[in-house]
Design a protein around this ligand. Sequence first.
Ligand code: HAM
Length: 435
Amino acid sequence: MLEASSYKPMIKAVRGTRDLLPPDTALWNFVEATVRDVFRVYNFHEIRTPIFEETQLFARSVGEETDIVSKEMFTWEDRARAESEKGQSLTLRPENTAGVVRAYIEHKLWDRGLNKLYYIGPQFRRERPQKGRYRQFYQIGAEIIGPASAGSESPARDAEILELLATLLDRLGIENWTLELNSVGCPNDRAAYNEALRKALEPVVGQMCADCQRRAVTNPLRVFDCKVPADQPIIETLPRISQFLDEPCRQHFEQVQEILKSVGVKFQLNDRLVRGLDYYSRTAFEFTHGALGAQNAILGGGRYDGLSESLGGPSAPGIGFAIGEDRLVLALKQSADAVQRKPDVYIAPLGASMDREAARLARELRHHDVVAELGDETFRLKKSFEIASKLDARFILIVGENEVKADAFALKNLESGEQVSVPRGELAQKIQSGN
Ligand code: HAM
């Protein structure tokens, strides 16, 4: 037989995916519990949509010309199994806004007025894996969507979302974030802007990358997504959407900024920020974080006032965001140890037939919310002590024949070394008091 350490895995996790193991999962749970708490006080409610959807949903909403749809989706043909069934193209969701808006239309959620929804779950994009960028990653997101009569279009909603995000990052102890803000205008503005962009691109596009040459014709706004260094000086000279906003869009954006100033949320205007998805209109934003390196966008979002209509639904202005949870966890200062509860007590059965007595005690203590780890009667006392201190348990509880007879048990504080005999009925309280 091979030494355990010389085994090589025959099958590994797929490239760009990874296992989240304890103690790191404690950090993820800390993040999710904090986030749920914050959503609760802002009156958001959870929605869970399927992990795969019809490919058409993403093509129509995120947009054919985006990197996500044109290069990064995990898509497959699902063949018909019976004559009554149709084959269809399905896709693992690359993001969750499209699914939420589909659900809004499918379940006529406009009957409920303004919907304030949040989600936590995996998303999938076939990007080149690196630190902070995975092919299965997790998003924590929220959407406010409803008929305009319910207030969904109001700049107050944009500001509420942004203030919520500032609160959330503060609550998680994440400092040094920057909120970058822009307005990408509405369809009115876009026609004139696209025209101006096409004109400005005409004489220079020949020097740009193949993607940009295509985008210049099909969807010139997407030129701003280009990461090719040689193209950046050209992109810097292009006209910006901020010069093309019509009066209602300009005022809307102005009001968002005024509310943000009044609640004390700092932001930077960035008129190059157009976000990599086609559904945005008016407010668009990203929060970046210095410690994350190249993948520094910790979250992004914006308005998508025309999205419902483009999916065949009624007018339903909306705004939302998605946080990259993987990146959020990377930006946390806390260590997993600090947010994890260690065992309060290690229960060490000592000698024959003591397993059943120890199991009884463990059950009683756990009912009192004591975190108890249960040993094994075949272990020598020395081994039990070793395990208890490896687990960083605060106490060890010895369950031997004499203890059972007396119905009082030897409880040793592993930090102070003090050992006392404690009657069964007082154990939980003694352990919880911590000394
Ligand atoms: P997004 O900017 O595509 O927006 O993604 C949001 C966040 O997800 C990013 O800022 C990043 O933190 C994280 N993320 C994206 N791709 C990866 C990846 N491959 N690995 C790790 N993290 C990643 C959206 O998805 C929109 N649905 C946000 C939204 C909601 N807009 C309105 N409502």
